[in-house]
Write a protein that binds this ligand. Structure first.
Ligand code: ADP
Ligand code: MG
Length: 381
């Protein structure tokens, strides 16, 4: 099994996808850091870094712009050279605002949309908007060409597939009937407004404190001028996701269920003509190097090294249980490899501590950036 740098060799974009909670953010940051160590200028786009990781990278004040991680922080961990680590926390709402600004005909149209209450509600809540905006930002950075590599940590959606569908859903929303219904000059908004203020509307207005219909109508009218731009861009984002320069890495856990999801996600990637590069199975319990004896023998062994009987018993039980879990992880992953038909699978062990700083990421990278033999040696040695 190759190392992660071999897997993403020559790509401009590495998208770490998978279900929430498996270590996507950690893996993205680790890959970025490892490639920096190899001399690249890398930007990691992250969504929900654990606070301690964000703090330790100095990201707490990140806006929607890429910021360079202090090189002295990397140097302290032995990472020097021409590589640069940049990071950015994505803000879906800000990205959406910037998109509106780009596609608006003039500043007046822009302000009308941005200041509109309907827009303010839907820009945050629109189905898949966080996923879409992540890709939008990726697209923008890729076009700017400032970085050798972009690593995208995908949003923590329950369903990894939401992410793949985002550009399509955005286009469907824009092309969809509900929106067109409003936008057409003879559309719903115009018709209802034409009837004058009905009793219902005036009540609504009193309850809401603003004129819902006026806002709706204004929003859709202003938005309609931007539709072509939006559509064309969503198509281009879709194309970039399928381009040769983009590689998908699926991150998952070693339990049966997350692995099942990973296999499913893999099939969807292939179906959508996207480039699957490999899978990272995170928090794996590696088999111990030697065979674990039965409880009695093991307890005796531990006792013999001068440990109290009580403690020796508990330690022995722990060890046996660990071995059992490790065996299960091992079998599960063997199953995954088979179903990925020989595509790379990298195992990263369950570390003793949380990963919340550069040193922790380096620890992860001892495995990510090693070949399989070295990984086994490191984990069991
Ligand atoms: N290999 C690992 N060993 C130990 N802890 C890990 C490992 N990978 C991730 N973690 C910890 O697990 C938690 C969740 O990881 P995170 O990367 O934020 O997950 P996700 O982005 O998929 O929700 C974090 O506290 C992180 O430090
Ligand atoms: Mg995350």
């Amino acid at each position: 099994m190759p190392s992660i740098d071999e897997i993403i060799e020559g790509r401009d974009i590495c998208i770490c996808a998978g279900s929430g909670g498996v270590g996507k953010t950690t893996t993205s940051a680790a890959i970025a850091l490892g490639m920096v160590e190899r001399g690249l200028k890398v930007c990691v786009l992250t969504i929900d870094p654990a606070k301690r990781l964000a703090d330790s990278l100095g990201l707490e004040e990140l806006g929607n712009e890429a910021t360079r991680v202090d090189p002295t922080l990397l140097k302290k961990n032995g990472i020097e050279g021409k590589g640069e680590l940049w990071a950015m926390m994505l803000d879906a709402k800000e990205t959406f605002d910037a998109l509106v600004a780009r596609h608006a005909e003039d500043t007046e149209a822009r302000d009308r949309v941005l200041g509109n209450r309907i827009y303010q509600q839907i820009s945050g809540a629109l189905a898949g908007s966080q996923e879409y905006m992540a890709m939008e930002k990726l697209f923008e950075l890729h076009n700017e060409g400032r970085f050798d590599l972009l690593v995208l940590d995908t949003p923590p959606s329950r369903n990894a597939l939401d992410f793949l569908d985002a550009p399509t859903r955005m286009t469907q929303f824009i092309e969809g009937r509900s929106l067109q219904l409003f936008i057409k000059p003879t559309g719903l908004a115009a018709r209802v407004a034409g009837r004058g203020a009905s009793v219902v509307l005036s009540i609504l207005k009193r309850i809401l404190g603003f004129d819902l219909l006026a806002d709706l109508s204004e929003f859709f009218t202003a938005f309609s001028g931007m539709i072509d731009g939006f559509q064309e861009r969503a198509h281009r984002v879709n194309t970039l996701l399928r381009a040769r320069e983009t590689a998908f890495v699926i991150v998952c856990g070693p339990q049966a269920e997350p692995l099942e999801e990973a296999v499913f996600f893999h099939s969807k990637l292939i179906e959508a003509n996207m480039n699957f590069a490999g899978a990272v199975v995170n928090r794996v319990r590696y088999r111990l190097g030697t065979r674990v004896p039965k409880l009695k023998a093991l307890t005796a062994d531990i006792e013999a090294s001068g440990v109290e009987p009580d403690l020796a018993d508990r330690a022995a039980r722990n060890l046996i249980e660990y071995d059992l879990l490790a065996r299960r992880d091992n079998d599960n992953i063997a199953g995954l490899s088979k179903r990925l038909a020989g595509d790379p699978v990298i195992r990263v062990p369950y570390l003793d501590t949380d990963v919340h700083d550069v040193a922790g990421l380096c620890e992860i990278n001892r495995f990510l950036f090693a070949d399989e033999e070295t990984r086994i040696e490191l984990a069991t040695g």
